[in-house]
Design a protein around this ligand. Structure first.
Ligand code: PLP
Length: 363
C-alpha cells in the first residue's frame, strides 16, 4: 500500500521480543477479590516502605519545575561520589539505571557485536542488546544460579564488546564470587556489574575501579530509596568513560523532581538505613516462613526478593490464584526457569498475608 511506512522499519526490530513488565495494580480492577488499594504488590522488588518523608515535603514545596535541570548533574555527582568513595568525575546519572545501561550499549556495542550474558538474569540486558542488533552470547548459570566461570571466559571472543553481570542476580538474589568477577575482568573486555541491590547485599566491587580500567558499576534509586516511580539511577566509571557517556547522553536526561528526591534522600540517611535494616530482617523472616511450606523450594537471597520453585504444580496457576486474592508475585515457566515464583520483600504485614494465603491455597 502506498504510504505504508512499516516496510521502512529496521528488520531486526520487527521480530524483537519485548520486555515483559509487571502489571500496574490499577489495571487489575475487577480481576481480584480485594480493592486495588489493598493489593499487596510483591512483583517488582519495589520498596514498600516508600521513600523518605523529606522527599514528599521537598517536592510539594519545590518552586522551579519551569527550569531545566543541570545537564552536568554537578550537585548530584558530588553527593554520589561521596557516597561511593570515588570522585564526581567517575559518576553519571540516568533516567533509571536502565538509561545508563542504554548509554553503555550505545558506546560499546554495534550491530553484530557480542554481549556475554549470564542467564537466567534480569531480562533488560537481553532486550536492550537485541534492540541494538547485537549478538547475545548466553552463558547458562548452574542449577544453584552461580556462574560457570570456565564457560564464561571461553565465551569471550574478539567480537565481545560487553560482559553484563547482575550482582546480586535477579531473579535469585545470589552474589557472584569476587574471584569469578576478577576472572571476567582479566579478559580485558568491558565488564558491567549491576549492583541494583547493593544496599541489601552489602557487597560492592566499586573499590576495584582503581585497579580495573574495564570495570563499570550500575546502581539504582528504585530499590533502597524507594524512588522507582521517579526513575533515577547512576553508574560509576573510569573518568574517561564517564566523559563519553556525559557527551552522548541527552542533555536533560534526569528530571528535576528525581534530582531533588535523591538529594533529599541523602539528607535522611539514618531513616533510609533503618528501612534497609528492616527489609533485610524481613527477608530472613520471609525465607524462614516460606521454608515451612513443603511444596516450595526456597533459594537464599542477598537482595530484597526471594525466589522459590513450585514443587507441586504450575507456578503460573499459583501466580493467578495469588493475584485473584490480591497478592502480586512474578512467575516464570520456561527453559532454565521451570515453575518459579519470585516474591519481593514487603513489610511484616505483607509477609503475614502472603504466608496465610499460601497456606490456604496449599491446603
Ligand atoms: C538487576 C536489576 N537492575 C536494574 C533494575 C532496574 O533499575 P531501574 O529502575 O533503575 O531501571 C532492576 C529492577 O528490577 C534489576 O533487577
Amino acid at each position: 500500500m502506498k504510504g505504508d511506512i512499516e516496510k521502512f522499519i529496521l528488520p531486526h526490530l520487527k521480530t524483537l521480543d519485548g520486555y515483559s513488565a509487571h502489571r500496574s495494580p490499577e489495571t487489575l480492577k475487577g480481576k481480584t477479590t480485594v480493592p486495588v488499594s489493598k493489593i499487596v504488590k510483591l512483583d517488582a522488588n519495589e520498596n514498600l516502605w516508600g521513600c523518605s518523608p523529606r522527599v514528599q515535603k521537598a517536592l510539594g514545596g519545590f518552586q522551579s519545575f519551569n527550569i531545566y535541570p543541570d545537564s552536568h548533574q554537578t550537585e548530584l555527582r558530588k553527593v554520589l561520589a561521596n557516597y561511593c568513595g570515588v570522585t564526581p568525575k567517575n559518576i553519571v546519572v540516568g533516567n533509571g539505571s536502565g538509561e545508563i545501561l542504554e548509554l553503555i550499549l550505545q558506546l560499546f556495542v554495534g550491530a553484530g557485536d557480542e554481549v556475554v550474558n549470564f542467564v537466567p538474569t534480569f531480562d533488560m540486558y537481553r532486550f536492550r542488546a537485541e534492540l541494538r542488533n547485537a549478538r547475545l552470547v548466553e552463558v547458562p548459570r548452574k542449577s544453584d544460579f552461580s556462574i560457570d566461570i570456565a564457560r564464561a571466559v571461553k565465551a569471550v571472543t574478539p567480537k565481545t564488546k560487553l560482559i553484563v553481570l547482575a550482582n546480586p542476580n535477579n531473579p535469585d538474589g545470589m552474589l557472584t564470587l569476587q574471584s569469578d568477577i576478577k576472572k571476567l575482568l582479566d579478559t580485558g573486555v568491558p565488564v558491567l556489574v549491576d549492583e541494583a541491590y547493593y544496599e541489601f547485599s552489602g557487597e560492592t566491587i566499586v573499590p576495584w575501579l582503581k585497579d580495573f580500567p574495564n570495570l563499570m558499576v550500575l546502581r539504582t534509586f528504585s530499590k533502597w530509596t524507594g524512588l522507582a516511580g521517579l526513575r533515577i539511577g547512576y553508574g560509576i566509571f573510569p573518568s574517561k568513560i564517564a566523559d563519553y557517556l556525559l557527551t552522548t547522553k541527552l542533555p536533560y536526561n534526569v528530571n528535576i523532581a528525581a534530582q531533588v528526591a535523591v538529594l533529599e534522600s541523602f539528607k535522611d540517611m539514618a531513616y533510609l538505613k533503618s528501612r534497609i535494616k528492616a527489609i533485610i530482617t524481613e527477608r530472613e523472616r520471609l525465607i524462614s516462613q516460606l521454608k515451612k511450606i513443603s511444596w516450595l523450594k526456597v533459594y537464599p537471597s542477598k537482595a530484597n526478593f526471594v525466589l522459590c520453585t513450585v514443587l507441586n504444580g504450575k507456578a503460573e496457576e499459583l501466580r493467578e490464584e495469588l493475584q485473584r486474592r490480591g497478592i502480586l508475585v512474578r512467575f516464570w515457566d520456561r527453559p532454565l526457569m521451570r515453575d518459579f515464583i519470585r516474591i519481593s520483600v514487603g513489610k511484616p504485614e505483607h509477609t503475614d498475608t502472603l504466608i496465610k494465603t499460601l497456606k490456604e491455597i496449599g491446603g
